[in-house]
Design a protein around this ligand. Structure first.
Ligand SMILES: Cc1cc2nc3c(=O)[nH]c(=O)nc-3n(C[C@H](O)[C@H](O)[C@H](O)COP(=O)(O)OP(=O)(O)OC[C@H]3O[C@@H](n4cnc5c(N)ncnc54)[C@H](O)[C@@H]3O)c2cc1C
Length: 420
């Protein structure tokens, strides 16, 4: 699949994709499928250098909502006080101003509009996920359904809430809870195997994939992007696509494009599979903790923390999630831990992703900032990017996702294409 051998010092292709997370891998596969000569580079030594290393592995189209909602404003203070806190915010000035923009975006009208649009994208993306699986290209996609549980009875009465007895008949691994709901239209998909499947298919179709190669500089000529300088190699291309998660912001800034991405840190703790594994994902709603059964492990994850992305991971935060999960799935208590990890969800201050071709910087597209929903939205993102580049199709209704919406301006100091 991926190559570690050196690329020629100057390489000319149609497109360069930067970043081999779920989003970049999916874009590369789609471009290769359309006959585009594409090179994908990632600075990490292998798959999983960013947020796609691990996640809750859930494709749940009905749960896809923007990050900025009135509910977030209402619930964040309560979530911050929970033990363990499900939401955290470091009192760092740069984070506080970013959080201010997030809050300003959380008006009912904006949240409603963004929610409707994201729901449509998520539904379409899920359909594309299923098509990939039907073609045999996404071997780990499984329709499992999922259960939401409440430790205390929710104050609002809801028609979909089930008693513990009904829930336990659906998921026998559950310990007593106050109530819950069963959702049938949900799938699980492990992100690293998904990335590998997309890269394998892209490589079969002629794409070149290079790990251990960092994009250092976007190259420009007369104000338009003409390639990427990457560790002694010049990749010349008609189009460059930034799908580098949080790393997209630094590269975009080189050409004057402002992408105010910040990391929303989530924690993951994986335990070995066994009799304790539930048959389907279980979400513990009060704590925002998710337990997902995967082929060889049970994954527990949760929390969203904003702060300096360079701060070290706190393993105690991962353990605390396992303790919460064991209240609902007691078998997890003694299960052997096989991995602990923290990842930065690439988040935007208006809570919706950045997907599309820049009009301010020619030959540059961005696919980043997918926050909590990168895996669900990867196929539809890839289709939008591919259609814009290959077919020159950009529906007007996609403008709300534009990379130029944060005051993107062409840079005054581009680095010109250096002679090689
Ligand atoms: C705890 C947790 C649970 C989650 N659960 C879900 C879920 O259930 N469903 C869902 O849909 N989403 C979920 N998400 C979100 C999802 O994982 C992310 O939205 C998604 O992984 C983002 O993918 P990406 O490809 O945009 O970025 P990334 O996966 O971060 O990939 C970016 C890549 O770019 C590379 N890169 C960066 N800079 C450079 C550079 N200069 N040169 C070369 N390469 C570079 C990095 O090495 C990395 O590999 C969850 C996230 C977390 C943390």
């Amino acid at each position: 699949m991926a190559s570690h051998s050196p690329v020629p010092r100057v390489h000319r292709v149609d497109c360069v994709v930067v970043g081999a997370g779920v989003v970049g891998a999916m874009i590369t596969q789609q471009l290769a499928r359309r006959g585009v000569r594409v090179v994908l580079i990632d600075r990490a030594p292998g798959i999983g250098g960013g947020c796609s290393y691990a996640n809750a592995a859930i494709v749940a189209p009905h749960h896809v909502t923007p990050l900025a909602t009135p509910a977030l404003l209402r619930e964040a203070p309560i979530q911050m006080l929970r033990r363990p806190p499900a939401v955290r915010m470091q009192p760092d000035p740069s984070i506080l101003s970013w959080a201010g923009s997030l809050m300003a975006s959380a008006t009912p009208r904006r949240a409603h509009l963004a929610g409707e649009r994201l729901s449509r994208l998520a539904a379409e993306s899920t359909r594309l996920h299923c098509l990939l699986a039907d073609e045999g290209l996404s071997p780990t996609l499984r329709k499992t359904g999922a259960i939401d549980v409440y430790l205390r009875s929710p104050r609002r009465r809801r028609a979909d809430l089930l008693s513990f007895e009904r829930l336990q008949a659906i998921e026998p691994a559950l310990a007593p809870v106050a109530a819950g709901a069963h959702h049938t239209e949900e799938w699980t998909l492990e992100s690293r195997s998904f990335v590998k499947a997309m890269l394998d298919d892209a490589s079969r179709r002629g794409a070149d994939v290079f790990f251990g190669m960092s994009a250092e500089q976007l190259l420009t000529e007369h104000g338009r992007v003409v390639g990427v300088a990457a560790e002694g190699t010049t990749l010349l291309a008609d189009h460059v696509i930034l799908a580098a998660g949080l790393g997209s912001a630094t590269l975009a800034a080189q050409v004057g494009l402002n992408l105010p991405l910040r990391g929303g840190r989530g924690y993951v703790i994986d335990v070995a599979a066994g009799d304790h594994a539930p048959a389907m994902p279980v979400r513990i709603k009060e704590h925002r903790v998710v337990v997902t059964p995967l082929a060889d492990r049970v994954r527990v994850c949760g929390s969203i923390e904003f702060g300096d992305e360079r701060r070290p991971m706190d393993p105690g935060r991962a353990e605390a999630l396992k303790t919460v999960a064991a209240r609902v799935l007691p078998g997890l208590e003694r299960a052997a831990v096989i991995d602990r990890w923290a990842g930065e969800r690439p988040c935007t201050p208006d809570g919706v992703p950045v997907i599309g071709r820049s009009k301010a910087v020619e030959n540059l597209s961005v696919a980043a900032g997918h926050g909590m929903w990168g895996m669900v939205l990867a196929p539809v993102t890839a289709r939008m990017i591919t259609e814009a580049i290959v077919d020159d199709v950009e529906p007007a209704e996609d403008a709300w996702l534009s990379p130029d919406r944060y005051d993107g301006r062409p840079a005054r100091h581009h680095r010109a294409l250096s002679p090689t």
